[in-house]
Structures are given as C-alpha cells and as structure tokens.
Design a protein around this ligand. Sequence first.
Ligand code: AMP
Length: 515
Amino acid sequence: MLLHRLARVSQEVAATSARSRKTALLAELFRDAEADDVPIVIPYLAGRLPQGRLGIGWKILGTPVPPAEEPTLTVREVDARLTDLGKVSGTGSQAERARLVGELMGACTEPEQRFLLGLIGGEVRQGALDAVAVEGLAQATGAPSADVRRAVMLAGSLQTVAERLLADGPESLAGFRLTVGRPVQPMLAHSASSVTEAIDKLGSCAVEEKLDGIRVQVHRDGDDVRLYTRTLDDITDRLPELTSAARELKGEHFILDGEVIAFDEGGRPRSFQDIAGRVGSRVDVATAAEAVPVSPVFFDALSVDGRDLLDLPFADRHAELARLVPEPMRVRRTLVADPADARARAAAEQFLADTLKRGHEGVVLKGLDAPYSAGRRGASWLKVKPVHTLDLVVLAAEWGHGRRTGKLSNLHLGARNPDGSFAMLGKTFKGLTDALLAWQTERLQELAVEDNGWVVTVRPELVVEIAYDGLQRSTRYPAGVTLRFARVVRYREDKTPAQADTVETLLAAHPEVTP
Ligand code: AMP
C-alpha cells in the first residue's frame, strides 16, 4: 500500500465527524491492505510508530525539504527506512539522522510529508480511533463488531486481531479466548462531574475509592503468578510482594484486576510517582522493595477456576472476588442499591469526602449490572475527582504540525516566582478548540519577542486557566515539579500576570510532591 493512500485516509478520517463515514473509509482501506501492511497501517492510523519514539528533534524535522511530485513510497518502505533511522547511534549520529530524514522527506509528496512529520513528532495521536477501527474491520470482513471488540479485549491488541481477521476471516475470532497467563485489555473509566451525576447515569451502583497507583492484572495458575500493567507489560519480576499475596489467596486459578499502592509511615498513600518509580526502577528488586513496599488492592475478578466472568454483572463478579480476596485487600466501597434513596446518596457523598481526607484521588462509581468491557465502552465506570485549576502565564508556544500546521499550539506555562519572574511548569496543547487556536495564534504573535521556527517566545502577559490532575516531580523544570494532564480551560483576559498563581501556593497545595 502506498503511504499516500494511508495519509489521505487518515486526513479524511480526522476531518469528518460522521462516524459512519469514518468506518466506511477505514473498511475500504483494510480491504485493500495486504497482510504485511497491517502491522504498519494500524499503528500509523492511531498515530504511533511501530518502532516507538525515534527521538528526532524538531531541529531536524523542522528543516524544509522540497516535496516529490508523485507518490511512490509504500508503507513498508517507509517503515524499513524508519527502522534504519532508529538504529543510528554513536558519533556523527545527529548528522546521519538529519541526512536520512532529509532523504525520506524528499521522497514524500507534500501531504505525505505532513503526515510523517506529525507521526514522527508524535502529534497525530487519534486516541478514539481504535473503536472506529474495530467497526471498520467488522465491515471489511463481515464479522459482527461485538465479536471483533471482544477479540481485541482478549488479545490485548487491535493489531493482532486485525492481522488474523484479514488473513483468515471471521471464523478466526473464535480462537481468542480468556486464558490465565494472557493479559486482557483493562476496562477504563469515563469522568463525571459529581457523585450525583454519576448515580443519575448509572442507577444502582458501587462507589469505590479511586486509588492513585498502578493498575495491575494478576494472573494465577497454580504456583505460577504473572502481573501485567494497564498497557499489558509483564511486571511480574518487579513486585514480589504481589506474587506472594496472590499465592496466599484461596483460589488456584484466577485473573483479578486491581491497583498497586504504597503507604507512608503515617498510613497515608504515597505519591503516584513513588509507585511508578518502584515499578520502573532499575535497582535490584530487594532494595527497591525496601524503600517503597507496595500492596495490591483488588476491585474485580475476570476469571475464577476456569470460569470466564467477563459477561456477568459487576455485582456477581464482585461476589466472586469477595470469595477469594479478604476484605483488607479489596478496595473500600459503599453501595447505592436504590438511586432514589436519598440517604444512600448522602452516604455516597460522604464516602467521597472521607476518601479524599484519607489522601486518595476520588471515587469510581460502577454500575452493578454492567459486564466487564475493555476500554471506555459503555461508560459503566465513572470517576469523580476534584479538578484542580491554576491561572498560569503563557511564556512561549510551539508551531503545530499535521492539522495544526500554521497555528501556534503547544503552550509553555509558567507560575510566578517571588521575584516576579516565571517558572515554567510544563506544556500543553490539550483542550484547545479551533477557535481558541486561531485566537491564540494571532494574539501570541502580537506578543512575540523571538521566533526560531519552532518555538515562539512571547512577553509573559497572557493568563490562561489550566486544569490538571495533580503534580509530579520533575528535574526538567525549574520548580522541580510539572503538571499531570494539563489542559486549557479558557483564557483569563480579566487577569494580569501579577494575579497568576505562584509556585509557592502551588507547592503548598500539593504536599505529596514537595521536593
Ligand atoms: P484514570 O486513569 O484517571 O482514567 O482512572 C482510571 C484508573 O484508576 C484505572 O485504570 C485504575 O488504574 C485506577 N483506579 C483506582 N481505583 C480504582 C477503582 N476502584 N476501580 C477502577 N479503577 C481504579
């Protein structure tokens, strides 16, 4: 398949809001793909490189190269060239990378260049694409979309299912079964703005603590225990406390879903970063475990004694969980059996308040009737947590790529220092509507003091309200912290930079990460 075809379809899918049109475009693309194209086409569509990040800076990517007149590159050829690029190392590697990128871009037409630049720069992520791709695959092959969706959850990857389905047809889907030892895509949560809203949407539900740790899927087959992350990486060797905890449980064969967390001496939950650091740590496991001992907290059971529980209502899955796992190792919860019961609703609100007081993130409300389904489908898990917002000052902005070419997109955000200067806290291009993008492009250019073709530095005069999920420690930024999941809420033209939030108040509000 030519890259040109893929780039065009990707652009059309992004440009149309009609789901049926997106599905039809993808179905047509899948019908035309050869088996060897699929492992490249699927990640490219989602905005990912099969090679992972190549670490090519904008200095190289930003150098203009005259485009080719005619499309000639196939996706496989592009993939092979990017693999070569990823292997370049040692002295002179920067120049060699620049040469290879120049050569590749010179072989691309203008739309192909735009597509590839976005892909390599990591700016074309189409998060919602997997769901549409499932429908497209179903349409291309005549398989029921529910079956494709279930196979993707069980295989843990759209790509694996796509390859099998396109090669062997709908019958091949029966080969994807829930198996202990093979990780399943986890069920995810949507957001709700309040407990009330969540109960109104779900009806009878459980209200559970939302713990800020690492998602873990625990598979036990006799003495063999395996642990997987949300992205299905095997972390068995990193967390011996969990494997022993799993061996102590009553069942011999099960798949459980939960969260790994850690507590400090005072019994308060430690920061997400400590736990993430523990899982990702390269020092030997015993030393890491001594510094940050972790424990599992379970909230769901997917399989027990060879029985697949995925399609059972949550209430029944939880009953199985309670049979296997003693209460202290299960997530704390309260039930709202009848959504019309005002006392139960008040108890749910109180449960959220108590949970926050104990230092957790918020709550997750879960419909008692809902089956376990991968991803965010169905919205039967709703998280409620307080949103933090800050008024920050725009220090600079980066020129966008792909659909945002010609627009100032990624904002550099700063909080006030006591001496009136600003400390950069991070960047975001999230939450910006087309109208806001157009507005800020114009406004920031008026404030520009320097434009190096990549970053436009501006006079720090514009205040923007930013929502974020929390702070994390960072050695990259001067205040020693950066924002998690920062997104733009709106511009605050009614505020001056002197009224923006300070580093001091920010750190005081987040004692858990104070450097
Ligand atoms: P978020 O990552 O903010 O979308 O929230 C979903 C994540 O919260 C899940 O992937 C889990 O890692 C985590 N989590 C913490 N407590 C719970 C809970 N009681 N039920 C489900 N997920 C939970």
